[in-house]
Design a protein around this ligand. Structure first.
Ligand code: AKB
Length: 315
């Protein structure tokens, strides 16, 4: 049976992913790790270990002791937080990744890590952004994502490590709040719609970004990890998305449930600049052709589920 170790497991992706992995592979077959122990359900519902991914010896020892066949490395600083502390971003995002890859090489484990639409830049085609294209990002987060993609490909070609990755758009989830991203305005908008009926967006009207609902992101990770490696022409990392939206489009979708919802704008120049560097909509044909990527949630279906789940939480 496959044994999977997850880093950054108490974060936005990890919280949902570990729950689904434990349902599919068995509770004891999935080790959740994070920099600190909190009273998070994921830490209480199965194996959990505190791990600082920048400590290479600890990374290796944890994976070795768990006998991990696969490592899903999620621990990283997101775009806005990274821009506020570029040195820490580089040390965590690249140092942690290198430790993960070295561990996977030594233990012959499969290795997954997410990339992001941040790996593109202002000179990348903005509409229908191809899988293979110009990648010259100007944010430290973007620089770490492109470097990470290249490093993962390097480990695959040089050492045969089975590395796989996805370029995630903004991910929207009702179960865990995001931390320090640029696309997080979308999640905040849903929370605010249910809690207060109004929201001040830090991203401007007309700024289109790719987004995806968390259940589709989790399915995509598992589908790619289970895909036949011999059929993959790309590895790090595949373009994936479900929708291209601006704040007004999300607000209109929310108003089908909360008609009085008010959307205002208080633009944050840092996050607006980051968003303007990212594509409007990316092309997912390589992911569809090479391993059958598909999604179940468009904007309205996602909104229906988000509003229903968040309203249940309020009761
Ligand atoms: C962020 O906004 O930083 C992330 C991402 C798109 O990688 N959600």
């Amino acid at each position: 049976m496959k044994r999977i170790m997850v880093t950054g497991a108490l974060g936005q992706i990890g919280s949902d992913l570990v729950t689904v992995l434990r349902q599919s592979y068995g509770t004891d077959a999935v080790l959740a790790t994070d920099i600190r122990l909190t009273d998070h359900e994921v830490a209480k519902s199965g194996p959990f270990q505190v791990l600082d991914v920048t400590d290479g010896a600890a990374f290796y020892q944890t994976a070795h002791d768990f006998r991990a066949d696969a490592i899903i490395h999620l621990a990283a600083l997101l775009s806005a937080k990274a821009e506020a502390d570029p040195i820490l971003a580089w040390q965590l995002n690249m140092g942690g990744l290198l430790n993960g890859l070295e561990t996977a090489r030594t233990l012959a484990s499969q290795f997954f890590t997410p990339s992001s639409i941040a790996a593109f830049g202002a000179t990348t085609p903005r509409q229908g952004t191809p899988q293979d294209t110009l990648q010259r990002p100007a944010t430290i987060y973007g620089v770490s994502k492109v470097s990470g993609e290249l490093l993962c490909d390097y480990y695959f070609h040089k050492y045969g490590v089975d590395t796989r990755g996805l370029r995630f758009p903004g991910l929207i989830s009702h179960s865990a709040p995001p931390g320090g991203g640029t696309t997080d305005y979308a999640v905040d908008m849903y929370w605010s719609a249910v809690h207060s009926g109004s929201y001040a967006s830090y991203i401007a009207q007309g700024t289109y970004l790719d987004m995806m609902y968390m259940p589709d992101a989790i399915r995509a990770i598992i589908q790619l990890m289970e895909a036949d490696g011999s059929k993959l022409k790309h590895r790090n990392a595949f373009n994936v998305t479900a929708m291209s939206v601006d704040p007004e489009a999300i607000a209109a979708s929310i108003r089908r449930h909360v008609p009085e919802f008010v959307l205002r704008y208080e633009i944050d120049p840092v996050r607006q600049r980051i968003a303007e560097e990212w594509p409007d909509s990316i092309d997912t044909s390589s992911a569809r052709e090479e391993w059958g990527f598909d999604v179940q949630y468009d904007l309205d279906r996602m909104t229906d589920d988000m509003i229903s789940k968040l309203t249940q939480k309020l009761r």
